[in-house]
Design a protein. Sequence first.
Length: 369
Amino acid sequence: MTATISKRLPGLTHLRRLTDDTGITEHALGKIPRRKEGYSTDDQARALWASLELLELSGEQDRPLLLTLIDTYLAFMLWVQKEDGHYHNNIAYDRSAEPEVPSEDCLGRCLWASALAYCRLKDPGRRLAAETLLAHSLPLVSTLRTPRGWAHALAALGLLKRHGYHEGRIHGAAAASAFSADLADSAIQELARYLKLSYRSHAAEDWQWYEAEMTYSNGLLPWGMLWAYESTGDREALDIALRSLDFLILRSRSPEGHIRPIGNRGWCSRDSRALWDQQPIDVMKLMLACIKADELTGGMRYRETARACRDWFYGDNDTGVPLADHEEGSCCDGLQECGVNLNRGAESTISYLLAEVMYEGHLANEKQP
């Protein structure tokens, strides 16, 4: 039941609604921001990523708004980055820091978003902000200990390598050291080795995965391994990436063929798989990995799965109900056993916007098989 959507980017009304002069609010009640829930740096990094992608494809009429949003998200990240390079993730609406333990996921998301900003932004005044973020956080790459942290760092370093950074290109001795091409190549190889070891320690004939469970944002892991292959040409990295992505696709399809992301009420192990709740971010991350696999291999099955991920947002899912409002660019927070979660928070909305950007940038002009 694939909906027909015109080939244009979604509106920015809801992204603007969620964003105030501090940053993007984390949660919404329906469409209305829940200010008492405050902000997360995770969402600022995601919103920066989405805004940068939208800026590449949008017309001149949306450019001033997108640049204003980019400035807001960069300012938030600069504000919450600590002297040691980590980011404070949870911020109350009164701008006070909430108690927490440092998050590698947050660091990884910020690494990716700031690397993308460094590579995409042309204005020196804005690019300096991305340079500064990277100067403080890139030295922490060697301290990462989790698969999703490794995957984000592999993507960030791979993107920077693709754009030809070199020592001394950005401001400050710390940044120059962090951006040394030799150091970056060594870090990419080491991160890829960690991710390969994680895969080898858990994978079996019936379980082609990096962990004992498939949990959240699973597409990140093959995506990171695909970046490792692009950066190094390591055929083992490509083989693991595609084996794990094929396994994820298998576990993310319904018998009828539509996308069915792994539910967060129990996740997925060798013995069981949760159906509910289904989260937009998991669909977007699967699409992200499929687009990257298509770029590197040209595999038709990856384009087809990426299209199915986009269709999930428009009702080709277990409920048959659309989650996304294309006109205003918003998305419901997920699918539950009782129906659609009507709240439209930052994570789900940004996931939808990124899915639309990927569709418009990679799939919209292709003929469907």
